[in-house]
Design a protein around this ligand. Structure first.
Ligand code: 13P
Length: 249
């Protein structure tokens, strides 16, 4: 890893109520009272737990993000949440373009609009990209992630490089226990960095790996040159495992 400070981010997906979120924070703070200095920690709970988690982490060196935002600031968008609403909870970032949202209909264009909206509103962004198993087997991985990165960053300025992280999450590795090998993860994270370099500073932007990261495989994944952190799903719900991943970084 380079001089880029690694980021370990937990994506809780559709898990944990506000009370459960508070209990997670209390447990995590007890387990890792003094986090390692050169690691950044982030937690992305569901919208309903944002405020509880933000207030539970006051004074603790971790930031809170949502799992998406809508592209408009307000209006007739039933069931949606704006960047302003997320910011009002005290959260400072958001995940965008997660494959589970793309699966539900989010297009590259929608992701690009949301990235711009999040940055304009003052949120930092964890942008997700990644290929399906058929695409990897057909040798289409590089072209696919390059296209996703280019589309999402089309309206981003080089000066915003420090406000975006990109998570490479191969869809076949998400929630399957089938982690990409460190070699595969490194190779595609390098492709993501190269693709991002057309829009942002490739030396500054952090590229995270996501997909069945756990306390056992984190150290080897995080030791790769182009892997600057991890976006952790299932294992982030477990205080002990998430703390061990932070320590591995
Ligand atoms: P898992 O760690 O559960 O595979 O999920 C990865 C992910 O999708 C994080 O955004």
């Amino acid at each position: 890893m380079s001089e880029r400070v690694p980021l370990i981010a937990g994506n809780w997906k559709m898990n944990l109520t506000p009370d459960e979120g508070r209990a997670w924070c209390d447990g995590f703070k007890a387990r890792l009272a003094t986090p390692p200095e050169r690691v950044e920690i982030a937690v992305c709970p569901p919208f309903t737990a944002l405020e509880a988690v933000v207030s539970s982490l006051v004074g603790y060196p971790a930031w809170v993000g949502s799992q998406t935002i809508h592209s408009q600031a307000s209006g007739a968008h039933t069931g949606e949440i704006s960047a302003e609403m997320v910011l009002a909870t005290g959260a400072v970032g958001t995940i965008l373009g997660h494959s589970e949202r793309r699966e539900a209909g989010e297009t590259d264009e929608m992701v690009a609009t949301r990235v711009r909206r999040a940055l304009d509103a003052g949120l930092r962004v964890i942008l997700c990209v990644g290929e399906r198993l058929e695409q990897r087997e057909a040798g289409e991985t590089d072209a696919h992630v390059r296209a996703q990165v280019a589309a999402a960053l089309a309206r981003v300025d080089r000066g915003e490089s420090q406000r975006i992280d990109i998570a490479y999450e191969p869809i076949w590795a998400i929630g399957t226990g089938r982690t990409a090998t460190p070699e595969i993860a490194q190779e595609t994270c390098a492709v993501v960095r190269d693709a991002a370099s057309a829009h942002v500073d490739g030396g500054v932007i952090r590229v995270l790996y996501g997909g069945s990261v756990n306390d056992q495989n984190a150290a080897e994944l995080l030791s790769q040159a182009d892997i600057d952190g991890a976006l952790v799903g299932g294992a982030s719900l477990d205080v002990e495992k998430f703390a061990a991943i932070v320590e591995a970084a």
